[in-house]
Design a protein around this ligand. Structure first.
Ligand code: ATP
Ligand code: MG
Length: 553
């Protein structure tokens, strides 16, 4: 028993039960985004969960735009959402739907409820409806319009459809129970008048169904068996079931709720991301500091890494927040064997090998990834003038500093031992050049065992180095202070983006959008798809190499 509970999530357990009891003989899920923004990592969880269940049970997965509220919906979002879901690898095959295509059926469903005496047109204002609704401790009061005749309701509802009334003048309400302990059951509004153009149906409709009425109808029409949503809809489930029951659908879908995914100190809500975009705090919905799917893709995350992340998060019924470090762990895991380990100097300073002949170049062999031979070798030109990281030289080193300082010898990765002999400073006392001598006996791969050095540093050949802009990211939100300030504004980390002007080894010259690499010692990097040009490369740091993150047991 115990073991089964561990290997299956609670939704799978429910599905197993439904199948065993013959409630359903198949599994059909859907992902129903509202096209009012870009998808984020939380949506990825929902997509992969729904798609994964369909796969696991040999069932089907539908893609459906829940576009019943024209206020904030835009075609730009429809396209972006499709792209993101495809990229994640969730395949809806030929089942792409729009809730707005069901407006005629929804209208008919409302008429059916009226005819059954289960819905009525109400003239109360929004404010009056709120007043009449009561509170958690007090029952509501019936609307004075509750007992209108079926004929009158049918006529008024048709008038609503025909544009006779202005916005908010009349609504259609389900006739359920104003004394229900569940506020959602106190005669909820199911249709409203809104003279608005819709991205799909244009000006065809001036009444729009409310989410709680529309959603179960959409699910029922498509033959969805398990309608999986997040916990805030738990209290709406009785209404969901009421709609399905009263409309007498032959195949009743079942709603199951799970907890939303939250990341510690990361903005996930669509509303908040939208605000960051609109306030121009970030460079659009795909700014690499965000966790929208488009942003993660641009930054260099892979679908595999996100799938691993979602798997590790699991599915639960109680809210919790996952550490961003776990997402970083997942991308490192995915890339470490798959990507070449290249040399790139982020903060360059010249290293001149005084005893290396001027004008001479030799091509050194370098394994692309020591842990994965299949990635092969490349040649790196070695010459007299190189770049190294500024931090790899110190005039006066502290204890345990094993890199370059006057008199010390280090290994240049894939190349030779080099010993620091002198350095040059400018008038401000800033080091501008480091000088060294190399020992030809110590060539990497030559089997040299004469002596050992404690430090290995990376480098690039100066004359043929490739210039690149490298963007280093940190959390957009200041971790110490939390997401919001006391006045409700967002607490933005001023150092969330740092730009470095790097020198790369020449093999990186032809890197293209979305190509990613390990830059040894500095992390994993990906060519920015938006700003990079062939003659002006831009790299995003996906993640650094070091982490204190430990996978929970
Ligand atoms: P947000 O709360 O970020 O504004 P939303 O719920 O308004 O998102 P929808 O387009 O309505 O966005 O969501 C589509 C589906 O994604 C819904 O089934 C919703 O429950 C699910 N979903 C949204 N946010 C998360 C999350 N953080 N974790 C898991 N699932 C989510
Ligand atoms: Mg929503």
């Amino acid at each position: 028993m115990e073991n089964e509970a561990v290997s299956k999530n609670f939704i799978e357990a429910e599905i197993d039960k439904d199948l065993a009891e013959g409630v359903y003989d198949t599994v059909h899920t859907r992902f129903p985004p509202e096209p009012n923004g870009y998808l984020h990592i939380g949506h990825a969880k929902s997509i992969l969960l729904n798609y994964g269940l369909a796969r696991k049970y040999n069932g089907k997965f539908n893609m459906r735009f829940d576009d019943t509220n024209p206020t904030k919906e835009r075609i730009e979002f429809v396209d972006a959402i499709k792209r993101d879901i495809q990229w994640l690898g969730a395949d809806w095959e030929d089942r792409l739907f729009f809730a707005s295509d069901y407006f005629p059926q929804m209208y008919e469903a409302a008429v059916k409820l009226i005819k059954k005496g289960k819905a009525y047109v109400c003239d109360l204002t929004a404010e009056e409806i709120r007043e009449y609704r009561g509170t958690l401790t007090e029952p509501g009061k019936n609307s004075p319009y509750r007992d209108r005749s079926t004929e009158e309701n049918l006529e008024l509802f048709e008038n609503m459809k025909n544009g006779v009334y202005g916005d908010g003048e009349k609504v259609l309400r389900a006739k359920i129970d104003m004394a229900s302990p569940n506020m959602n059951m106190r005669d909820p509004v199911i249709y409203r008048v809104a003279h608005m153009s819709h991205h799909n149906t244009k000006d065809q409709w001036c009444i729009y169904p409310m989410y709680d009425f529309a959603h179960p109808i959409e699910d029922a029409i498509e033959g969805i068996t398990h309608s999986i949503c997040t916990l805030e809809f738990e209290d709406h489930r009785p209404l969901y079931d009421w709609v399905v029951r009263e409309l007498e659908y032959p195949h009743a879908p079942r709603q199951i709720e799970f907890a939303k995914l939250y990341l510690t100190n990361v903005v996930t809500g669509k509303r908040y991301i939208k605000k960051l975009v609109e306030d121009k705090i970030v460079d659009g919905w795909d700014d690499p500091r965000l966790v929208s799917i488009a942003a993660l893709r641009r930054r260099g995350f892979t679908p595999e890494s996100i799938r691993l992340f979602v798997e590790l998060c699991g599915v639960s019924k109680s809210h919790s927040s996952v550490d961003y470090a776990m997402l970083e762990y997942c991308i490192r895991e995915d890339l470490k064997m798959k990507r070449s380990r290249m040399m790139a100097v982020l903060d360059p300073i010249k290293l001149i090998i005084d005893n290396y002949p001027e004008g001479q170049v030799e091509y050194l062999d370098a394994a692309n990834n020591l842990e994965n031979e299949a990635l092969g070798f490349r040649k790196i030109p070695f010459c007299r003038e190189l770049y190294i990281e500024r931090e790899d030289f110190m005039e006066e080193p502290p204890k345990k500093y094993f890199r370059l300082f006057p008199g010390n010898e280090v290994r240049l990765m894939h190349a030779y031992f080099v010993k620091c002999v002198s350095f040059v400073k400018d008038e401000n006392g800033r080091v501008t050049e480091v000088h060294g001598t190399y020992d030809p006996e110590t060539k990497a791969g030559s089997g040299f065992t004469g002596r050992k050095v404690k430090g290995t540093i990376h480098w690039v050949p100066a004359p043929c180095a490739v210039d690149a802009e490298v963007r280093l990211y940190d959390n957009l939100i200041d971790e110490e202070k939390g997401v919001y300030n006391e006045d409700g504004s967002m607490n933005i980390n001023p150092n969330s983006l740092i730009v470095a002007h790097a020198k790369l080894e020449p093999a990186l010259k032809d890197a293209e959008a979305y190509d990613s690499f390990q830059f040894v010692r500095n992390g994993f990097f990906c060519v920015d798809a938006k700003d990079s040009r062939p003659d002006a490369l831009v790299f995003n740091r996906i993640v650094s190499l070091k982490s204190s993150f430990k996978l929970p047991k």
